[in-house]
Design a binder for this molecule. Structure first.
Ligand SMILES: O=C(O)CCC(=O)C(=O)O
Ligand SMILES: [Fe+2]
Length: 292
């Protein structure tokens, strides 16, 4: 049983609040290896040597404009040659947490996204208040309908350094926006005055799992080192809904023998499940159009 920092089972905490903070999901011997690998990857991304990156000025994919990096994509890409990321993504305590959150078993897990969130170098950058899978412009009706779609997946941030960048509105993940929230998301989306907002403070090694439809924003501060592992995993029940969310990031490189060879045993079935999902959703090329 995995519990959050308040000793609540994490599946209960995320259901009630839309997020759950957990200690120690990184095996001790991996921690420094992850930090070192992040330093190398960040260096490559900032130099432009790794071109899959999130650029200041743009919140959602695709990222084509700019040079200042706020995120690095595809930590488990075979060309990155940093094995520790897949090792951790397939590590047993983390998978146990994901299985508990999704009420599923290992054989039904689906391998998904693994990216890195970092501090930009040149300027601060704010992400707007958003839900990952529903646009701000959505009508009440549309929002209601979309909120009914189960996610069949979970996502998390695992901090390697102190990280206070993420803000959430607890328990906003299953209801439509209030009038004030709607107004803020549409007209003042970087507001610091969202009613009920909570700043998520993570210490190194802590993880926050969050419902991707919780209202959230993030504040990227160039002067504070951030290297936060940002990943998701799903279940085979997600079908085309999950495919649309995940494959908008373009995962054609996952459908290769090179990639498969880098995976630890524990990720082979989740990988096969991802390929089967894409095929079934009619997106065998693993590239769907952006949601936002
Ligand atoms: O920076 C964060 O912690 C959150 C990032 C985020 O909300 C997103 O990428 O959609
Ligand atoms: Fe988000």
């Amino acid at each position: 049983m995995v519990t959050d920092i308040n000793n609540t089972p994490i599946d209960q905490a995320i259901k009630e609040n839309g997020y759950a903070i957990v200690d120690n999901l990184i095996p001790e011997e991996m921690f420094l290896r992850l930090r070192d690998a992040c330093d190398r990857v960040v260096d490559r991304a900032r130099k432009g040597d790794w071109k899959y990156r999130r650029l200041v000025g743009t919140q959602f994919p695709p990222w084509t404009e700019g040079t200042d990096v706020w995120g690095v994509q595809y930590m488990i890409h075979p060309d990155l040659k940093e094995k520790v990321f897949a090792e951790w993504y397939g590590s047993s305590r983390l998978l146990e947490a994901v299985e508990q959150l999704l009420h599923t078993k290992h054989d039904d897990l689906q391998l998904e996204l693994f990216n890195l969130l970092i501090n930009p170098q040149d300027s601060d950058f704010d992400l707007t208040w958003h839900r990952d899978a529903i646009k701000a412009e959505a009508s009440e009706e549309e929002e209601k309908e979309k909120l009914k779609i189960p996610h069949y997946g979970t996502q998390w941030n695992t901090a390697l350094y102190d990280d206070s960048c993420l803000f959430v509105v607890p328990n906003s993940h299953r209801r439509i926006r209030t009038e004030t929230e709607r107004d803020i998301t549409l007209n003042d989306p970087k507001s610091h005055k969202m009613p009920g907002q909570l700043r998520v403070d993570l210490r190194p090694g802590q993880t926050v799992f969050y419902d991707n439809n919780i209202l959230h924003r993030a504040s990227y501060v160039s002067s504070l080192k951030r290297a936060t592992l940002h990943a998701s995993m799903g279940t085979i029940e997600g079908g085309h809904h999950r495919a649309a969310v995940i494959l908008q990031h373009g995962l054609d490189w996952m459908n290769t023998a090179d990639f498969k060879e880098t995976l630890p045993e524990s990720l082979l079935k989740p990988h096969a499940n991802l390929l089967a999902m894409a095929e079934k959703a009619g997106i065998a090329n693993m590239q769907a159009k952006p949601i936002h």
